[in-house]
Ligand binder design. Sequence first.
Ligand code: ZN
Length: 369
Amino acid sequence: MIFPWLCFSRFWTKSSPSPNSVILSGGRVSGRSRRTCGCSFRKSAPTLRAPSFERFLLEGWESAKLRVRFLGWPIFLIPLFSPLTASSQHFDGAKAYEYAREFAAIGPRWPTGPGHVKAEEFLRAHFLRAHDQLEEDKFTADTPIGPVPMCNFIVRFPGTKPGVIVLGTHYETNYPLRSINFVGANDGASTTGLLMTIADQLRAQAARSPGNKLDGYSVWLVFFDGEEAIQQWSRSDSTYGSRHLAAKWGRDGTLNQIKAFLLADMIGDKDLDIQHETHSTAWLVALVADAARKFGYQQYFFKQDMDVEDDHLAFVERGVPSIDIIDLDYGPNNSYHHTAQDTMDKISAHSLTIDGDVFMESIRLIDMR
Ligand code: ZN
């Protein structure tokens, strides 16, 4: 439930600074890109807060408890307030962090490397063990170093309503960084852990429902390969997995079923500051802002406009409503991005809780549209 008078983000007040141009991805900034933001803006320390409306009612309850104590109000009022505690449950960011830690522990996962094979084995084993509907979308990418075998993983949770919501991340690391022990704790691993935990929650939801189906649209999770450039970022040397899958789903008609595509990239950052990515579909950005507002998370979302090339573009270009939920400001002066400093100590369960809350609430809001 949304109470628009509670707070307005800069996204809503349209007071955001002028768009900054970033050519990248989870992402590499190329020579022709410029990035004028991301390093200078300050962020407040993250705090988990109960939804504002709940706080209002809980404060009301605290006040009611005082009256019970002093005035002896009837105890039967308690059930009126008890459902609120259930709705204040948060996403299990600690579990997402643990998945991310296991995944990053594989080490560098650059295409053609041994870690990439292990990463594929990790995802395959996990979803087979959970008995999920898993598809391995294998293809050969035409890259500057020649043909490279790649594999997208697609995990499907069927719903009762016709239509699909797709959540995506990439899981591999950068081929050009294969010599520096780049494990991509934030860039690849954090959002892989996030989607794995979302899968846990969807699986549990489906198990409680008749026919083992989600109550709403189907949700498909896609773990893209080949998001990073093999040599240097360009539209042809990047986002291999998403370009392949969007084209394939365009040919076979699958794209017509997709109600929304939500991409997660680099949002494990302890210092979470998710930009408003300007290629993203306006209504979907507004919906995600609504989802964030429900939890009082406005401070983490959409304070800056940024133009980012990422795995959502192939879907945007084919008319699929899409959003890139990305934090491209990672460390002092972005110094952790695409460096050996992108390690687990730079990401947090707290940020993954925020992400998960907002992704799950966004699914619910899309189902209600
Ligand atoms: Zn990256």
